[in-house]
Write a protein that binds this ligand. Structure first.
Ligand SMILES: C/C=C/C(=O)SCCNC(=O)CCNC(=O)[C@H](O)C(C)(C)COP(=O)(O)OP(=O)(O)OC[C@H]1O[C@@H](n2cnc3c(N)ncnc32)[C@H](O)[C@@H]1OP(=O)(O)O
Length: 132
């Protein structure tokens, strides 16, 4: 498929289960860098769709950790294109927990969270390499 023209408002969402092997801190807490990894991956697919290239993450202008991410959560991450430069692409990111364990009901019990819990928001810039 040919890449689309980069259009503000285009977004991509990834969703995944957070394995228990990723618990890093006390209380089954996952490190904040895990969420930034999700943002890198979702930004990559967004760039593939808008520019036909994976892009290179140049930097974040802001990151807010709003609520904890736990091992065993199902988390989704969205990247939205908010600014189209010559080669730079400004993006907004949001990560949400959509399912979470319910250990009071048993070791494998879990609930769908409605509404999801927003855990991280960020803004950043990805750069598309010059066309060869
Ligand atoms: C999708 C996720 C992928 C990843 O996670 S990759 C892993 C982490 N990232 C990296 O390893 C990237 C390492 N950095 C680099 O390789 C380079 O460093 C860049 C490719 C990011 C930029 O280098 P250059 O292409 O030489 O930049 P320029 O020609 O000076 O500028 C091109 C456009 O990019 C904007 N820009 C450059 N650096 C930054 C920055 N640090 N923060 C925000 N914007 C930046 C400029 O303004 C301009 O924009 P305008 O094309 O729209 O005019």
């Amino acid at each position: 498929m040919n890449p689309q023209h980069p259009t503000e408002g285009t977004s991509v969402t990834h969703r995944r289960y957070v394995p228990h092997s990723h618990a890093h801190y006390g209380g089954n807490l996952v490190d904040g860098a895990y969420g930034l990894g999700l943002f890198g991956d979702v930004a990559t697919e967004l760039c593939v769709r808008t520019d036909g290239d994976e892009g290179l993450f140049a930097g974040y202008t802001g990151v807010q950790f709003l609520a904890p991410l736990h091992a065993g959560d199902v988390v989704e991450a969205t990247a939205t294109l908010v600014r189209v430069g010559t080669r730079s692409r400004g993006m907004e990111f949001e990560a949400r927990v959509v399912c979470r364990a319910a250990p009071d009901r048993g070791p494998s019990a879990a609930d769908v969270l409605d509404p999801p819990i927003v855990i991280t928001r960020a803004t950043g810039t990805v750069v598309i390499p010059p066309k060869q």
